[in-house]
Design a protein around this ligand. Structure first.
Ligand code: ATP
Ligand code: MG
Ligand code: MG
Ligand code: MG
Length: 324
């Protein structure tokens, strides 16, 4: 008997379009011999539809899980990656792939991600949190962080609302943009150096594995890894494995596993690092459900380790079912 997997995609988030792509590739790569796929589309206004059925509200959504063995939330951003959908799945009592309520919420909020990781001894970028009502930084904070700075909404992904700020006169505009995405905004010191991401995977027996690190090399005149460079610019290069000496490779792998444990993750996590001055790992942020198209980092990193997409999905689903 095949396992019935409901693949949630779309979602009520700025990353709706990205999730449509991730969901599509999950649907296409689940082995049809082993899995019966139930595609579940969530519209941008939060209505749920199974297959080509009519979309409905939450009461309808709960009904869609009847007869489903496991849910695969292929959702990015708010109302999907942040623990909210996971909370619904907990209430319904259906097993699901990946991170739970706490890790989702902690990983989505960059303020709290950093606080938790620092408490466990990991290094993060220095920064200031602007809450609702806070207009900008104090002169002391500006001096402390220096330029360039990065201004980002506390809880988005895909670089939405993020700006690099090279001088003080650009700061207000960057904060205003970030506030369009979130009431809470982070202003961080820029960390100069390389950018390297690590994939962590939980096996059905509970063993954690860090995949080969990936280095992002941005070209084409992008000041940083922005939305365009992520999804439109074909000149962005991923080096897998990243060219790291043994010591640095072990350091990022170990820190990625530490971040996974620190946030109470399950199933998977992508940990994004800077290598300050090319040497010291600094955690930038985590993604509790990273991009999942065949060309996305997470599946690419595992493919480079010899774990092809269908096998990767198999591990994720089997781990979710083993947890019961
Ligand atoms: P993702 O799509 O990975 O979820 P995100 O929207 O959560 O992205 P970040 O990863 O925090 O955003 O930042 C996006 C990009 O901005 C980074 O990949 C990096 O290129 C740049 N960046 C962010 N913060 C800093 C910083 N403090 N120093 C240098 N570069 C930064
Ligand atoms: Mg992110
Ligand atoms: Mg993300
Ligand atoms: Mg990132």
């Amino acid at each position: 008997n095949r396992v019935r997997v409901a693949v949630l995609h779309g979602g009520r988030s700025g990353e709706h379009e990205v999730s449509l792509k991730s969901g599509r590739s999950v649907i296409d790569h689940l082995d049809p011999e082993r899995y019966e796929v139930v595609p579940v589309l969530i519209t941008p206004d939060g209505r749920w539809a199974s297959g080509d059925g009519e979309p409905g509200g939450l009461a309808h959504a709960i009904g869609l899980f009847e007869g489903v063995d496991v849910v695969f939330p292929a959702l990015h951003g708010e109302f999907g990656e942040d623990g909210t959908v996971q909370s619904l799945l907990e209430m319904v009592g259906v097993p699901y792939v990946g991170n739970g309520v706490f890790a989702g919420a902690a990983g989505m909020d960059k303020e709290f991600t950093k606080k938790l990781l620092v408490a466990d001894g990991l290094e993060v970028a220095d920064g200031v949190v602007l809450r609702a009502g806070d207009e900008t930084l104090t002169p002391e904070e500006i001096d402390r962080l220096g330029f360039p700075m990065f201004v980002k909404p506390a809880r988005t992904g895909s670089s939405l609302g993020i700006s690099k700020v090279d001088a003080e006169e650009e700061l207000a505009q960057a904060v205003k943009l970030a506030k369009d995405f979130d009431t809470k905004v982070l202003v961080e010191a820029a960390v100069p150096g390389r950018e390297v991401d690590v994939a962590v995977l939980e096996h059905p027996d509970g063993r954690l594995e860090a995949g080969p690190a990936l280095e992002i090399r941005i070209d084409g005149g992008h000041a940083f890894f922005d939305y365009e460079a992520k999804y439109a610019d074909t000149t962005t290069i991923f080096d897998i494995p990243a060219r790291l000496d043994d010591e640095l490779r072990e350091a990022v792998e170990w820190q990625a596993l530490a971040a996974f444990r620190s946030l109470g993750c399950r199933g998977l996590l992508r940990v994004d690092f800077f290598l300050r001055d090319g040497r010291t790992p600094v955690v930038n942020e985590v993604n509790t459900f990273p991009g999942f198209t065949a060309a996305s980092q997470f599946p690419q990193m595992w493919a480079a380790a010899g774990v092809e997409f269908p096998e990767l999905l198999d591990i994720l689903v089997t781990t979710a079912l083993a947890r019961r």
